[in-house]
Design a protein around this ligand. Sequence first.
Ligand code: CP
Length: 305
Amino acid sequence: MKNILSANQFNKEEIEKILASASKMEDAVNRGVINEVLKNKIIACIFFEPSTRTRLSFETAALKLGAKVISAENAMENTSTYKGETIEDTTKVLCSYADVLVIRHPEAGILDKAAKVSTKPLINAGDGANQHPSQGFLDLYTIKKEHNRLNNLNIGFGGDLLNSRTLRSLLPLIRAYEGNKFYFISPKELELPRDFIEELKRSGVIFEELRSLEEALPKLDVLYMTRVQKERFLDVSSYEKVKDLFILKKDHLKAMKLDAIIMHPLPKINEIEKEVDDDPRAAYFRQAQNGLYVRMALLLHVLGL
Ligand code: CP
C-alpha cells in the first residue's frame, strides 16, 4: 500500500513516473478520452483546514477518473473531531468507507499518526507548515512544462519561507535534478529555520539567502512567491509587522528575464500586485490548473495503477 506523506519519500525514478503519468492525464483531459479506471473506488477528502484548489482538484481528479467522492470540509467543526475523536479513530472509520483518504490538517506530522492505523492509501493534502507533497509535484510539473527542463535553473523562493510547506515540498523533488541554484528571499523574521539551512548545506544544495527581491530578480528563471501565512502566527501584531514586507510589483517585472516564470501556490493576498496577473510570465493560474492532472496521476499512483 502506498501513502504520500512527504515529498522526501520519492526517488528520481518515481518522480519521473508521476510526471509522465500527469502528462498523460493532461493529454487525456484535453482530448476528452479519460479511461474511468477508478469506477468502483471511493475517494474521501477530509479537510480540517480551508482549501479551494487542493480539495476541489482532488475531487475533480477522482470524478474524472470515474471514482465517487465523499468529503468533509471545515472538518474541525463538521466531523466528530469537534467532539474530541482522535485522528486515529477517524482514520480507522474512514478506511471502512473509502479506498483512498486525502487529508489536510493544521497540525504538522499528524498524518504520520493517521498512517500508522490506516489500511487504505493516505495522501497528505497539507499538514501545518510541514508538507504538501501534491503541491510539490504540481509545482515540479509546472516548471517542467514552462521551461521544458528541470535542471540548470535559478529558482527563487520569496516571502514567508518560515511557514512555507510548499517550499518544503518542491525542494526535495527538484533537488533530484542537477545544476539548480536556489535563492531564499525573505525578511529575517520569515527566513528558513537554521536547522533546515544547515541540513541543506550538509547535503550539498547550492543556495543563497537574500533580503531583497530586487537583488534576486535579474538572475531568476523561476520566482516562487509565497503568502505570509496569517494562520500560523501566534498573534495578529506579529503578522501585521511583516505582512507587506515583500510585494512583487508590476515595476519589478522589467528586471526579470523575458522567459522567467512567476509561480505562487495560491491563494495570493497582496504579495503580488494585481497588474502582474496580466504578464505572460505569471504562471500561477496555469500552475493551479496543472494540479488537476498531477492529482489524477497521484490517485493512480497510490492505487498502484
Ligand atoms: N495551494 C493550495 O494548497 O491551495 P488551497 O489552500 O486552496 O488548497
